[in-house]
Design a protein around this ligand. Structure first.
Ligand code: URA
Length: 435
């Protein structure tokens, strides 16, 4: 069946909905270069304004998912559960989480992204371990999952090519902020991982894509519904991203903090989310109920089993396990500057967005996809919401290699903290869950 793309654009522009076959046709024709960018852009803008029904969203996601190769993991002897975070600042949770879950007998084929804009990326962090490669070919996934229980890799050219092209077009046409388009983009990539279950960390707050709980809830419900239509169990947890997670923001320093979690130490917020997510993933795998799953996740850390998996994973992916054993071997910046509190009081804001912007300016993140990052630079946050501080106390330690970049970062950092008189209300880290 062929359609008129102009007719389909008009239908969407006027608030109508597209038949499932027309939706599939659009994705396959665009991927085959038979619909030009300008026409797809017009359609995408109509979707931004008028949304998509579930009956449009399911075939749209399914057509994207099947626009290229999908992982074939039927040879993996364990249940397969994935995780995706909508992105934040200081979000290193996947790094301790994946080995914890794998050490409990659930395979995790993790395909992650790089840092972009104010948010960091798991791949950049892992690559600060000397030799670590995230370029794992899809044909190697099953063997590594059977041997170690986990793969931590980047997107390949062959998985979901339609998303790569449509995302680039959305980026250039102001059509990224659309809940159905974001949901189908994320879910097509995750469903291509051949999963039995998927945990979504939907972040809310200044440092997240979704600034309000209402938008985050809609995004979470939309993704859970797509999962249900594809027969994949999905749990979404809404978590706070108004301030960074943990103390480290950067790359090498976030690996050091992640290893601390695997050693049973590290910041309480990172530990709380890691254990909760690990338990949710074990429940998704059908291994146990929440209480037993939490106890298993805690035991995987305390026994050293999870750290052992991370060492084996590092070695398997070309990284130097000595760096994981001794994180002082990670790249280090040569200089340090300490931003101090201008007054005494209680921290009422420690803004994830400003700190994320500062990390891009420092060289720890990238404004554009093609920018290079410096793995050694980053922040150690010394004062978070609710902390009582004296004038002159450190707010943040900046590890830097370039004076100008440090000054540019300081401009954003100087707007990140607010210090008040009253005790600050520290909100919950976990804001809700959707299944
Ligand atoms: N992340 C994605 O993978 N896709 C989007 O559309 C937005 C964020």
């Amino acid at each position: 069946m062929t359609y008129s793309i102009v007719e389909l654009i008009r239908t969407k522009r006027d608030g109508g909905s597209l038949p499932p076959d027309a939706v599939r046709w659009i994705i396959s024709e665009y991927t085959a270069d038979r619909i030009p960018d300008y026409q797809l852009s017009a359609l995408l803008m109509a979707i931004v304004f008028n949304g998509m029904t579930q009956d449009e969203l399911d075939p749209w996601t399914d057509a994207m998912l099947h626009s290229g190769e999908v992982l074939e993991l039927s040879d993996v002897a364990m249940p397969l559960v994935g995780k995706h975070s909508t992105g934040g600042v200081g979000d290193k949770i996947s790094i301790p989480l994946v080995p914890i879950v794998a050490s409990c007998g659930v395979a995790v084929p993790m395909i992650s992204g790089r840092g972009l804009g104010h948010t960091g990326g798991t791949l950049d962090k892992l690559e600060s371990i000397r030799g670590f490669t995230t370029a794992i070919h899809p044909s190697e996934f099953a063997a590594q999952l059977n041997d170690i229980g986990a793969v931590m890799a980047g997107q390949t050219e062959t998985l979901v090519p339609a998303d790569r092209r449509i995302y680039a077009l959305r980026d250039a046409t102001g059509t990224v902020p659309s809940i159905p388009l974001i949901s189908s983009s994320i879910m097509s990539k995750k469903l291509a991982e051949d999963l039995d279950g998927l945990l979504l960390d939907v972040k809310v707050g200044s440092g997240a894509f979704m600034k309000t709980i209402e938008d985050a809830t809609t995004l979470a419900k939309t993704m859970v519904a797509i999962g249900a239509s594809h027969g994949t169990s999905v749990t979404a947890i809404l978590t706070d991203m108004s301030q960074p997670l943990g103390r480290a923001v950067g790359n090498a320093n976030e690996i050091a903090e992640a290893v601390e979690i695997l050693r049973g130490r590290g910041p309480e917020d990172v530990r709380e989310l890691t254990i909760r997510f690990a338990a949710e993933m074990l429940v998704l795998a059908g291994l146990s109920d929440m209480d037993a799953a939490t106890a298993r996740a805690v035991d995987a850390v305390e026994s050293g089993a999870a750290l052992e998996v991370f060492l084996r994973l590092t070695e398997r992916q070309g990284g130097d396990p000595a760096v994981v054993e001794d994180t002082s071997l990670l790249p280090k910046a040569t200089e340090e500057h300490v931003l101090v509190a201008p007054r005494s009081g209680v921290v009422s804001r420690c803004d994830a967005y400003q700190i994320g912007i500062a990390s891009v300016r420092l060289g720890a993140g990238r404004a554009k996809k093609e920018n290079h990052i410096d793995p050694a630079v980053g922040f150690l946050i010394e004062a978070k919401i609710g902390d009582e501080i004296e004038r002159g106390d450190p707010l943040v330690r900046i590890a830097y290699n370039d004076e100008q970049k440090c000054s540019a970062a300081l401009e954003a950092l100087s707007q990140a903290w607010e210090i008040g008189e009253e005790p600050a209300r520290v909100g919950p880290l976990i804001l809700g869950g959707i299944q």
